[in-house]
Design a protein around this ligand. Structure first.
Ligand code: CTP
Ligand code: MG
Length: 237
């Protein structure tokens, strides 16, 4: 079950406070974006990767792709002001590819386990739209300002992750409709939901964090280290 993936990397990384795009920061000696791209590069079911970056950062990303031998599957396109605009540009690059299923992934999620990727791809082949999500561990309050309005029922709450997987034609249509209606979302599945279509949940992994603030770097480093150690102990056959 093949798929193509749009990896969005055209953000500013403001909440990281590093004065540069966070996905270019090193993690275990390798830029975050390289960890993320390698996952798809090494997946035989992945037929192509569209990497979406800021126009001004294209030379930097191109250099990284060359240095880490990642050019084989990757095409680079330029992104937009909001994440949603960047995703749309990535989807347009695939519009005439003949691909059935497209994944949308954040460059800032370098720890997604590969079995979760095949899980969400399979679900999208079955249902048309699927996301990875984990059960919420904290009790979530809805508030007005700093005053609690109500406590939500945790047993029905899920935290949505990426990648999210869709039929290419359906997600393009959802994005086009969203743009017409001026919707601004950080979650592509919600555009599909707006059209009244169902979205399946595939149980994700708590390892699959999005690197957003500096402390996330510490956690991601441990997860990446753990993965490397596990690989080192795996018998080579
Ligand atoms: N992204 C993008 N284009 C944008 C904004 C975000 O491609 N205009 C990408 C980011 O590069 C990131 C992913 O969307 O991989 C998730 O967004 P987020 O974690 O918010 O990253 P940033 O927008 O870079 O960070 P911040 O919001 O702190 O500035
Ligand atoms: Mg952002």
């Amino acid at each position: 079950m093949n798929y193509s993936v749009v990896v969005v990397a055209a953000g500013k990384g403001e909440r990281m406070g590093a004065q540069m795009n966070k996905v270019l920061l090193p993690l275990q000696g390798v830029p975050i974006i390289v960890h993320t791209l390698r996952i798809f590069e090494q997946d035989d079911a992945c037929s192509g990767i569209v990497l979406v970056v800021k126009e001004a950062e294209m030379p930097a990303f191109n250099q990284i792709l060359s240095a880490y031998h990642l050019k084989r599957k990757v095409q680079i396109v330029s992104g937009g002001k909001e994440r949603q605009d960047s995703v749309f540009q990535g989807l347009l690059a695939l519009e005439n590819s003949g691909e059935t299923i497209v994944l949308i992934h954040d460059a800032a999620r370098p720890c997604v386990p590969k079995e979760k990727i095949s899980g969400v791809v399979q679900a999208a082949f079955r249902t048309g739209a699927a996301i990875l999500a984990v059960r919420v561990k904290d009790t979530i309050k809805e508030a007005t300002g700093h005053q609690v309005r109500k406590t939500l029922d945790r047993s029905s709450l899920w935290a949505a992750q990426k990648p999210q997987a869709f039929r290419l034609s359906a997600i393009l249509e959802a994005h086009r409709t969203g743009r017409k209606q001026g919707l601004n979302v950080t979650d592509d599945a919600s555009l599909v939901e707006q059209l009244g279509q169902t979205v399946a949940i595939v149980e994700g992994s708590y390892h699959n964090i999005k690197i957003t603030t500096p402390e996330d770097m510490l956690i991601a480093r441990q997860f990446i280290k753990g993965r490397e150690e596990t690989n080192a102990y795996r018998p080579r056959i």
